[in-house]
Structure formats: C-alpha cells, structure tokens
Design a protein around this ligand. Sequence first.
Ligand SMILES: C[S@@+](CC[C@H](N)C(=O)[O-])C[C@H]1O[C@@H](n2cnc3c(N)ncnc32)[C@H](O)[C@@H]1O
Length: 307
Amino acid sequence: MYTKAAQQYDFKVKEDLLNQLPFLFDHSLTDKSLDELLMQYYIFHHYGLTLHQKTKQLQRKNRYFPLNMIDIRNLKQDQELIARELYQQELNQTEYFIKQISKYHQLSGQRVLDIGAGSGGMSFYLTENFHCQTTMLNLSKEQVKLLKRIITLKKIAGKANVVAGNMNALSSIRLATTKFDLILQNETDMYITSLSNFLANIGKLLSADGCYATISWYKTRESQNIKNIDRYYFTAMKNLEYFRGELIDQNFKIIQEIDLTEYAKPYWYLRNTFQHAKGFVEAEFIGGLENGSLKYQLIIAKKNGVR
Ligand SMILES: C[S@@+](CC[C@H](N)C(=O)[O-])C[C@H]1O[C@@H](n2cnc3c(N)ncnc32)[C@H](O)[C@@H]1O
C-alpha cells in the first residue's frame, strides 16, 4: 500500500531536491560539500531543538527566516544564517536523542532499526559514530533511492542498509536481521495506523534486552490545530496517554520520558517568520504548542522484566 503520506514525501523530494541531485551525486564532491548539500535536504525532516546563543541573537534582531529546502547558495547572508540555525537545531535534536538513548542502552555495534528513516540523519550518525549496523525503513521510494546513494557516497555499504517498506506492515517486510537491539522512531509515530499491532511487532523484532526509543508529536486532547496538522501531513497524531497505555499493554516498560515541548517552540517561531515559509503548518504547530494540545515528547522503553 502506498500511502498519501509517502506520496507527499516523494512529492517534496522530487520538487525540492531532485534538481539538486546532480551536485549530490557528483563523486568528486568533498565531504564538506556533501554535508552542505545534505544540509539543504535535512532541513524540515524533523524539527529542531534548543535555544542556543545564535538563536537568541537572531530573535533579538527580530529577523527570522525559516527555510523550506531551498538552495542556501542563493540566500542572502542573514537568510543563510537562519538556514544554518534551523539545520543546527535539527542536528541538536538528533544528537540529543542519541545521547538520551545512550544513558539507558549501550550503543556500540548495535543492530538498529530506524523506522521512517527520512534522509537517514539518525542512522548515519549511529553508523559513523557508534559502529552500529543500521537498517533504514522508509516508505518513500525517492527517499530510498537517495539513502542508497548516500550510503554509496559515504562508503558504508554493509554497515547501513535501506529497506523500502511500510511500518504498518512490519511483519511482512524482509529485514536484514530477525532481531534488533535498538528500534527507534524519530517523528514517525504519527504514521502508525494500528498502534497495538505496531507495538506487538516491535516487541517481536526486539532482542531480549532491546530498547525502543521514540521522539514524536503527541496530542493531549483534540484541537483544531491538531486536526489541521494531521490534515496537512496526512498523519494521525496519537494521544500521549493512549500511547503510554498501549506500550504497557504490549508488555513494554517505560524507562524514560522527557517533555521537550518548551525546547521545540523556538524552532517553530523561527520557521514561522521566514519569508519562504508557507506559514500554515507553522502557525498550527505554534497554536497547538501554546494552547497545550500538542506535546513534543521523548519516550524510551524496554521489554517488561528488563531493566
Ligand atoms: C517526519 S519524517 C522523519 C524522518 C526521519 N526519521 C528524521 O528524523 O529525519 C517521516 C518519514 O517517515 C516516512 N514514512 C511515512 N510513512 C511511513 C510508513 N508508513 N512506513 C515507513 N516510512 C514511512 C516518510 O517517508 C519520511 O521519511
């Protein structure tokens, strides 16, 4: 089944990235220029964290410029600053997520399943810094192609692999291994259709002391903001209480939860005032974050009975 969500992602990739691919796939690229190009693509793949010094300066100047996968080479200096800031916040989120997981689960050499891998930010970081064997699952055919090319460019074939498939049909997907030590989701819970089936499958794929970690957007109640975000992204955001309950019902023990809502707000304010932002979804996120119906939450769980 090819969902609307995946079509939307392929559309984004096609429209916003593919015309840059000749640069991306130029084998004469140095690592630095590869990073520069990936940066253009990574932005807006998940959402950033942390209010750090540069953001504060930009806020003081009241000159916000969120970016929507545009070519940073054509940006004026201050816009480029904002682009880099948003990218930095997305990197912060990835590093923060991995650091939190590492407190509860040793990462070195682990077999990792990254569900809804996007352009591979989490997986490449784990492969390159922790020698993990990563499997990136992604429904988007265009992103799967992109991930394969990045693996080739980074020369990490055999350490990282890509599987095209639907997270809602996990039990029928042929994966690189039958068990994983770490299964993670970075902002992809909202694509799950049946949470109980999904978590039951995660439980089967996890090794005995395996770890399941997720950062996602959750609702605390219904609101127009939530409805509009779901409509915009073709998603089904989960209620946080319901998510916790399903984890427990599926025999998981929650070992850490961190509410990141406050740390996510600056990203949306920054993005909302950029001249290239469409503004619609940004306003809905800000509305939901401010009225408390939307939460940004990190959850780490293990199978019950395991510390
Ligand atoms: C918000 S992006 C997150 C990407 C990545 N995890 C990150 O943090 O950068 C959502 C990703 O989930 C993928 N996706 C959406 N629905 C999916 C499904 N049913 N099965 C597998 N992947 C899916 C999309 O193609 C996209 O790559």
